[in-house]
Design a protein around this ligand. Structure first.
Ligand SMILES: [Fe+2]
Length: 265
C-alpha cells in the first residue's frame, strides 16, 4: 500500500466535483480497487455509498412529486365536479336550464375536437360549457318565472350580469385557467354588441366563441315558455344568418357539419 500521489488525489477530486454537480458516474468506484492507497480507497468507498444514498433519495423524491401531481389532478377534478354539481342544481329552478349546460357542453366539446384543438383545450372548453351559466344561480325567481312577463330594465340588467357573477363565483379556482374567460365572454358578439365586455372578433377567446355557437343552437332548438323549439334545418339557417354578425362564421360551418354528421339531442 503506497502513499496517495498528488495525481491520484487530483483525479479523485475531479470526480467528486463532477458528482457534486450531479454527474453520478461509477468512475469513483475505480478508486476503491487494490493498487490505490488506503486513504484514497476509503474516500472513494464513502463517496460511492453517499452517491447510492443520494440517488435513492432522488428516486423517492421523483416518486413523491409524481404522487403529488396525481393527487393535485384528482383534487382539481373533484373540485371541478363539485362546482359542476352546484351548477346542475340550477336545473331545479328553471326547467329550460335543465339539461341545457350538458347539451351545450357536448356540442362545444364536439366542435372543439372538430376544429382540431388539443385534448387539454377541448377539456377546458367542455368544463367552460358546463359552467357557462353558473352566474344564473344569483338570479331572482322572477327571472325564472314561466309567465311571459315583459322584460323590465331591472330584469334585463340582472340577466346581463350573469357572466360576471359566474366569474366571481369561480375566480378563486385559478387552476381553471381559460375556463374563467369562457364563462366571462360567452355572450360577446363578433360585432362588439355583446356583453359584458363589448369585445369584437378575435378579441373574444375562441373557446368562448365556440360555446356561443353551441349555446345559440341549443336555445333555438329547445322548447321555451315563449316559443317551440325550431327544427335542425331552421336552426342552421338562423346560425348562418347571425354568423359574421354575432358568431364566427367558420365555427358556425364546422358546427353545422358536426351536427349533420353526429346528430343533435
Ligand atoms: Fe349565458
Amino acid at each position: 500500500m503506497h502513499e496517495a500521489s498528488e495525481e491520484e488525489i487530483r483525479n479523485l477530486i475531479d470526480i467528486i466535483e463532477a458528482v457534486a454537480k450531479g454527474n453520478y458516474s461509477n468512475e469513483v468506484m475505480e478508486f476503491t480497487k487494490p493498487g490505490h492507497s488506503e486513504m484514497i480507497q476509503r474516500i472513494a468507498e464513502a463517496m460511492g455509498m453517499m452517491m447510492v444514498r443520494v440517488e435513492a433519495r432522488e428516486v423517492r423524491l421523483e416518486q413523491l412529486i409524481d404522487e403529488l401531481r396525481d393527487l393535485n389532478a384528482l383534487l382539481q377534478k373533484n373540485i371541478t365536479q363539485t362546482v359542476i354539481t352546484i351548477a346542475n342544481a340550477l336545473g331545479a329552478r328553471d326547467k329550460y336550464t335543465k339539461g341545457h349546460a350538458y347539451r351545450v357542453s357536448v356540442y362545444s366539446e364536439r366542435l372543439a375536437r372538430k376544429v382540431g384543438l388539443s385534448d387539454e383545450e377541448v377539456e377546458k372548453i367542455r368544463i367552460g360549457s358546463v359552467l357557462h351559466d353558473i352566474g344564473k344561480i344569483g338570479f331572482s325567481d322572477r327571472v325564472f318565472s314561466d309567465e311571459d312577463v315583459s322584460i323590465s330594465e331591472g330584469i334585463f340588467e340582472e340577466i346581463r350580469n350573469h357572466p360576471k357573477i359566474g366569474v366571481d363565483i369561480l375566480k378563486d379556482l385559478t387552476f381553471l385557467g381559460p375556463v374563467l374567460d369562457y364563462v366571462h365572454y360567452h355572450h360577446e358578439s363578433l360585432d362588439g354588441t355583446g356583453y359584458p365586455g363589448g369585445l369584437k372578433g378575435e378579441e373574444i377567446p375562441v373557446g368562448a366563441r365556440m360555446i356561443s355557437v353551441a349555446d345559440c343552437f341549443d336555445a333555438i332548438t329547445t322548447d321555451r315558455s315563449y316559443q317551440k323549439g325550431r327544427t335542425m334545418e331552421e336552426a342552421f339557417a338562423i346560425l348562418r344568418k347571425i354568423g359574421g354578425k354575432n358568431l364566427s362564421p367558420e365555427l358556425v360551418e364546422a358546427f353545422i357539419e358536426d351536427i349533420k354528421e353526429k346528430g343533435m339531442f
